[in-house]
Design a protein around this ligand. Sequence first.
Ligand code: LLP
Length: 416
Amino acid sequence: GDAAGPAVRRLSAWDADALADLADAYGTPLYVDDLERVRANYARLAAAFPDAEVLFAVKANAGAHVLRTLRDAGAGAECASAGELARALDAGFGPADVHYTAVNPPAEDLDYACRVAAERPGLTVTAGARDTIDRLAERGFAGRFCLRVHPGVGAGHSESVSTGKDAKFGVPADEAVAALDAATDHGFDVVGLHAHAGSGITNDQLDEHERVVSTLADVARESGRDFEFVDVGGGFGVPYREDEDALDLERVGARTRDALGGVDATLTVEPGRYLVADAGVLLTEVNTVKRVAGTTIAGADAGMTALVRPAMYGSYHPIRSLVESRPTEEVSVVGPVCESTDVLGEARELPAPERGDLLAVGNAGAYGVEMASQYNSRPRPAVVALDGGDPELARRRETLADVTHAEATARTYRDP
Ligand code: LLP
């Protein structure tokens, strides 16, 4: 429907003047999150999975402005740590709409999740190892429990995010029934099954997705239990390159339902990227231009500490110059960090860069600020939220004091 807008929002669709005004007002590097686009993405996804429960994978963007927007739209929250759980509850998600997915959880995470489950019943805890089940039992857990199955099949934008193939995640399918029995013996309320194939699934990886779902269906049948829900994970990809097509969500929805066969349980999905990636851009200012050996290098004030995906996975993010009236040339955009991998984009056809130019990096709303670091003692960027009216600062720019405040000898920095 109209509320859902077009399936793909390209970087070119952002208003260059409005972005330049934001950079002026808030400085760079600056993340900009458009909450109307988050809502539209949610509406489109929910339409493709009617009757499904949609949980937002908080790890993609845990900003309170994003969490509140998705809560109000009707989503639940999937949390990967005590910190994400705390932020989701703080943003107003009811515990019944929250799943905590424990992956080799530190003791403090389990302590916290068990306290939430006991004091605010409704939280679902998902575990993917017998040890985690035993550690929950040791803490007297008696709440809603979901078993994460290791499907042995992965998918996604690279091997590094293909969780379905990584034995770190989930109990092997042939040990799942025994793990479910152990959970019941411990007195857990066994309500669901879970698997996640990977992150960034494209139209040509639907077979893998379907195999993951049918593995869950097999486990459900083999166990002879009634499950309240079957959670098939997230991972729905978005186009990062200008010529890439959108994921055919209707087809993913249909094939998911087919693969579930006759299993009579609510379908749960937990997308992160799909809901927020194209709702965010990163603005950065060019401060250095070099022309060497036929290449032009644009040094910008955002690099791998602001957006690590290109350095970490070799990911492509579209880059646009907000100065549009110059002849173009091939440009590599690099950041201020002392690492050769500190690159935002290589060999991009961009207007010949000049000092002071603003660049917009697209699809930065997912795994952008969330993966930002303080490496090189670099404060993390600010985040501004757009929602129709005036922009609102969602997260202030960090200062040097934020970088050092946990040190034993933390001090306050003044101007030199
Ligand atoms: N559920 C589970 C259990 C997950 O492990 C993940 C992602 C999701 C849901 C959400 O996946 P999404 O819908 O966002 O693809 N940092 C990487 C992505 C790692 C995702 C790990 N798990 C990146 O920047 O591409």
